[in-house]
Design a protein. Sequence first.
Length: 703
Amino acid sequence: MTRDKKVLVVGGGGRCHAIVDALSRSPQVAKIWCAPGNAGIGLQAENVPLKDTDVAGLLKFAQEQGIDLTVVGPEAALSVGIVDAFRAAGLRIFGHTRAATRIESSKEFAKVLMDKYGIPTAAYRSFDGFEEALAYVNARPFPAVLKYDGLAAGKGVVIAANAAEAEAALRSMLLDETFGKGRVVVEDFLTGPEFSFMAFVDGERVYPMPLSQDHKRAFDGDRGPNTGGMGAYTGLPFITEEDRAFAQKEILEAAAKAMVAEGCPLSGVLYGGLMKTPDGVKVIEFNARFGDPETEVVLPLLESDIYDIFSAVAEGRPAAQPVWRNAVTLGVVLASKGYPGSYPKGFEIQGVEDVDARVYHMGTKLDGGRLLTNGGRVMMVVTEGADIRAAREKVYAELAKVRCDALFFRRDIAHWALDGKLLDGKALSGSIKEDLRERIGKLEVKYGRKPSLAVIIVGNNPASQVYVRNKVKTAIYLGMNSRLITMAEDVSEAALLEMIDHLNRDPELDGILVQLPLPKQINEARVIDAIAKEKDVDGFHPLNVADLWLGRPCTVPCTPKGILRLIDESGIDLQGKTAVVVGRSNIVGKPVAKLLLDRNATVIIAHSRTKDLKSVTLQADVLVVAVGKQNVVTGDMVKPGAVVIDVGMNRDAEGRLCGDVDYTEARLRASWITPVPGGVGPMTIAMLMENTVECFLARMDSK
Ligand code: NDP
């Protein structure tokens, strides 16, 4: 194969940089020109100062240079008929004709096409009569999307939740003619994750590319205004192979066939903007070109020679199926502060040469060797990894090398795929309580009495009042007998001990709980020691604690027991895993560590003064934090993929509940995480009830 091909790429953004980069890997391509190109493209191709819509100029340039193949990036060039002009002049060009580009440029054309050929999309009808529109809307599921088909100053779209809202909107649009005389388009409301599916298409031949997902909003958490795209990645875990195969056959191949049947065959890239709805994959929109920023993450995975694919499509002959690397890519866009609104340009960007990843320029300019910002989206850094997590770790490490105060980027690209799933203690405790309730009903039938619990509260600490009320309420809900014993703030230790002694001897009582903390005149340790071991439903008694460590039967402390249940919810197999427990109290940290050891995990017990705590927590496959101090664990202290349990229940400066872990940052790295407040609280109560039932059974069976 000789390296003698000359290629012209039309366009200038990050997408064209990725195309130029792919072409530069071809062993056939000798030289690439790019019109107009940009500073980054200029490092891999020769920039040509021609506008992408200057068809006559581009044609003349291609003829003069003896270009073998022209590749068109942007839609603007296609819709002014660049492909038609080049073909008429006998030049080879990759891109759709003007007629075929209508699949993107005319929404009406695309909708009618999908309707006619049964391509799945949101059902859609347009109306100019009120009655007719209303009947249609009422016959379909709500919510309905109602769009005034004309200029309406951005107020022409109504998402109607029910028949009344729909009627009001239709009345306003069609009868009152609020926006003037016009038609109304009624579309079904679709929900589900969106993704992009691109393919090289030549007539009916479709060569699919890997799936990708774009992030349209400017800021983390999908907040802020819409942009051209702030990042993208491949390897979407929420799209199954079945979904992908369906989309290829029923959407991309069906659309290619439909376009042939309509007499305007495709000969370029077909981009499906798709959504995985509860009723299957559907089309949101078609584009007639490479997507941006999807191209920047998709093309780096191409192992085949892209020149072969482009030229086969341009000539209308079959190509070999492209081969894609079995890896995933992730790209983050660096944008000018202020984008997508107004922003100043011309700031120097330093450190790009140190970045060990693909850097695609979007809006940059060279000024005597200095690289300057020259657009809203400035550049995109793309990394590759065995999985999304690895690619994301790498991309943010590389981005840290780029120095420019005028730029910002999103920190949560691929969050759809990676966000820690919630360990929902509230939900889990709910189902545990339902099981207990059923069990307790049967126990009463079998033993002739219900489990019973006494809760003692001393004084009027408001937090304790709440905890105690929740515990008693839960006991009642489960059908247990319960007693709430209230003692005055200034009660003597002797009086409290006497009460406990009395309860210890009560043959009808199974569980005793003394709410901590206790007033100063009372020694907490003596009080806990006084509760009979077999009625210690909290599991705090020294004999229970001792038996736990010795591996003998005992009442397991509630909070640690609940924490283990939450960890099990994640599905992690603890055998051989590293667990780090931050916190070393006798009732939380230490017993959790013991329970984890019993599951054959390697356990490290750390605390708030552990030296270089970060290097310890970064080893944790399972991280339990029970220190009682806000932000003891920040996001960067979490090992990617870890299961994180935040036991802490603190109040921040504004009095809001907060945990020990910086949840917002940590959830971007954890695979599973408890929300704030942790959901550990409801689990503690559920385990308290379970312990009471177990104490009851032990007493009954020993009789
Ligand atoms: P403690 O205050 O008892 O323990 C926290 C820290 O106190 C330890 O990490 C350690 O500090 C020190 N400490 C306590 N006991 C000992 C000991 N015996 N030996 C040495 N040091 C000790 O808090 P908890 O463990 O009870 O609770 C931690 C957090 O979890 C709190 O925010 C609490 O509110 C919350 N929590 C929530 C529950 C729920 O159900 N939601 C239940 C229980 C607790 P250091 O690390 O500095 O060495």
